[in-house]
Design a protein around this ligand. Structure first.
Ligand code: DAK
Length: 277
């Protein structure tokens, strides 16, 4: 693939959008390659994914404006469908996806981060939906996901004004869970870049997720996503089914058995090697 790389670190997969010259903007080829990268993930061997952008400056600076500028209505619709299909694939992917946002996350960049389960960012991150300034509406789910994720009033403010917000504001409104800065020594020299600290934190979080019982984690993702779409009466039924689904699995027996063993003898092994069965 030309614009997407995949790296496997134990049970964690890292997908990097690698089109740095165009600030990792999403053209049709990037969207196709991302789809292929997700399709190629082995969800049994891999228990958490990280999605990031190459370089320090930009996660994704949006959909490719050059490519979009010449689209006919039919082509625009096809381009939108390609993006929406990919973003739904990420959102409903069986294992969790963490967006590690380094720099610009604008338009389609903000939208692809919102299709991930969790967002963390470096302190140079900038989020925004600048589409109305380009004469279009957000087209990869921005009007829908942002309004569900932060307050509808804040989403409307960001979308109607096309104003970008910095990392601290994104943190304050709940769009990101954490912000990472560079490590600086006493003389003021940067010893670890913000991007490296961000990636280390993303990998640590992903490894923490990967160490949990995988069937339970998958069912939690499904329960949260599907439950948010329906009323509470239906939501608790979804939860009940997915809860019940964990029983009689080897992982449930191993997890509960480990707890009971630990109670009897605190020196017993505390880390369970969950087998995804
Ligand atoms: N598309 C294409 N190229 C881009 C790009 C983008 N979104 N963003 C940056 N680039 C390219 C620049 O053209 C430049 O290329 P060269 O000139 O060097 O060849 C290179 O990246 C470096 O950019 P700059 O020179 O501009 O770098 P600066 O640091 O000065 O500025 C910036 C960084 C991020 C502030 C600036 O590049 C910028 O404003 N970029 C555009 C950001 C933006 O407006 N993004 C939102 C795009 S709209 C829909 C589906 C999807 C969408 C809409 C509808 N339907 C289904 C209806 C999605 C829309 C969008 O995402």
């Amino acid at each position: 693939m030309e614009f997407v790389t995949y790296e496997q670190k134990d049970k964690v997969g890292i997908i990097t959008i690698n089109r740095e010259k165009a600030l990792n903007a999403l053209n049709s080829q990037v969207l196709d390659e991302l789809g292929e990268a997700f399709d190629a993930v082995d969800p049994d061997a891999t228990r958490c994914l990280i999605l990031t952008g190459a370089g320090e400056k930009s996660f994704v600076a949006g959909a490719d404006i050059g490519e979009m500028s010449t689209l006919s209505k039919a082509e625009g619709e096809a381009f939108g469908k390609k993006g929406n299909d990919l973003f739904r694939k990420i959102e409903t992917f069986p294992i969790p996806v963490i967006a590690a946002v380094n720099g610009f996350a604008l338009g389609g960049g903000c939208e692809i981060s919102m299709s991930c389960d969790i967002r963390i960012c470096s302190d140079n991150a900038m989020f925004g939906q600048p589409e109305v300034g380009l004469g279009i509406t957000p087209g990869f789910g921005g009007t829908q996901r942002l309004a569900r994720m932060v307050s509808p009033g804040y989403a409307k403010q960001m979308i109607y004004t096309a104003r970008n917000i910095k990392a601290d504001e994104a943190y304050r409104i709940g769009l990101v869970n954490a912000v990472y800065s560079a490590t600086v020594d006493e003389a003021g020299n940067v010893t670890v870049s913000a991007k490296d600290n961000l990636m280390a934190a993303a990998e640590k979080m992903a490894a923490g997720i990967a160490a949990q019982a995988p069937i339970a984690v998958r069912n939690c993702k499904k329960a949260i996503n599907e439950g948010l779409e329906v009323n509470m009466d239906e939501a608790v039924v979804i939860e009940e089914k997915l809860f019940g689904d964990c029983f009689e699995t080897e992982d449930q027996r191993a997890g509960m058995g480990n707890f009971l063993k630990k109670k009897d003898d605190p020196t017993k092994v505390k880390v369970v090697d969950f087998q995804n069965r």
